[in-house]
Design a protein around this ligand. Structure first.
Ligand code: FVH
Length: 306
């Protein structure tokens, strides 16, 4: 008997991809692309950061232009969009006919401005918002929001982008991904402020944070589970009257919190603004409404231009 010779399947060639910016996040993105089999060209302002990626198989480029011309898809992840603009502006000619996916944190208007600039130079532009920390890249649960004028361009590159994290397309407004990103992160920062204040207060009583953590986690999760969809329902229906917890009862309770913080020697700088908002809600006749009313009171009318 001769053993059957089964041919080893040849791996499907993956499209070449470039990553500009190798900070914590850019490095994680490039690593994921290399692992997924993409010929990956990397560039960073501080060239030494390309070393570990080169050791994994990436091609380090000496200049941003060299990196750009290596691939049809250019992923950018720098500190700010001002950095992105400064880096890409002199490279418009090299970028023409290619796609830029910008995963740098920024405002919706910054994304729209970059999209306009790109369109004027024949560059396809997709903006993105990463809903993950670097350690979560290419693991379940991580996702990246994308938006841009041309969904077909996104569809072309989607299989490559799936190597980084799940992809969520949020529409043709280039500012859409940043809007979703900042809105989701706003929810996170609100939670961070609440949790930090809770640990500061409980710590003032000598309770170790680790001992308090399970209670706090359970409480925050239970409140979030009810509050997030409940508030959405009230906002979309315009029905803010509540049988859960009125603004009036929250207004009456808040001084207890502020006083307890003061007596414990803890700053109230994160929470004092809530007092002003609750006072205004009552003054404007919303005493019987629920906390969802606060979202409507935060609207200040005309948005400020970029
Ligand atoms: N890290 C995170 O958890 C969050 C998750 C969600 C998305 N954010 C955003 O991602 C952008 C980059 O964040 P990062 O964590 O990678 O940041 P750093 O490790 O500090 O790396 C910054 C890179 O940007 C390069 N850079 C900065 N300015 C310039 C410039 N003018 N020209 C060229 N490159 C520039 C910097 O280069 P170097 O200092 O190493 O030379 C780094 O490569 C950010 O928008 C987060 O909000 C991350």
């Amino acid at each position: 008997m001769h053993p059957t010779n089964t041919p080893t399947p040849t791996p499907t060639p993956q499209p070449p991809t470039t990553v500009l910016g190798l900070g914590l996040m850019g490095t994680a993105l490039a690593t994921a692309l290399i692992k997924a089999g993409h010929p990956t060209t990397v560039w960073n302002r501080t060239a030494s950061k390309t070393g570990p990626l080169a050791a994994q198989g990436a091609t380090p480029a000496a200049t941003a232009r060299e990196a750009i011309t290596a691939s049809p898809l250019i992923i950018v992840c720098l500190t700010t969009n001002a950095d992105v603009r400064a880096l890409l502006a002199p490279e418009a000619e090299a970028l023409a006919g290619r796609t830029v996916v910008n995963l740098t944190n920024g405002t919706p208007n910054q994304a729209r401005e970059l999209a306009d600039w790109a369109a004027a130079h024949g560059i396809a532009y997709i903006d993105g918002g990463i809903m993950a920390v670097p350690q979560m890249i290419a693991t379940p649960g991580a996702y990246i929001l994308y938006s841009g004028a041309d969904e077909a361009v996104f569809a072309t590159h989607r299989p490559t982008l799936e190597a980084l994290a799940d992809t969520k397309w949020v529409g043709n407004d280039p500012g859409g991904a940043a809007l979703y990103d900042l809105s989701l992160l706003t929810g996170m920062y609100g939670m961070v402020m609440g949790v930090a204040q809770a640990y500061a207060l409980i710590g003032s009583g000598g309770v170790p944070a680790r001992e308090f953590a399970p209670l706090l986690r359970e409480w925050v999760n239970a409140m979030t589970d009810g509050l997030v969809p409940g508030m959405a329902e009230a906002l979309d229906s315009g029905q803010h009257l509540t049988d859960v917890s009125s603004l009036e009862i929250n207004q009456a309770a808040l001084p207890n919190f502020l006083t307890a913080y003061a007596q414990a020697g803890i700053s109230d700088e994160l929470f004092r603004p809530l007092q002003g908002l609750l006072d205004r809600s009552i003054a404007e006749g919303h005493a019987a409404d629920g906390l969802s009313r606060l979202a409507t009171l935060l609207k200040k009318g005309q948005a400020v231009p970029a």
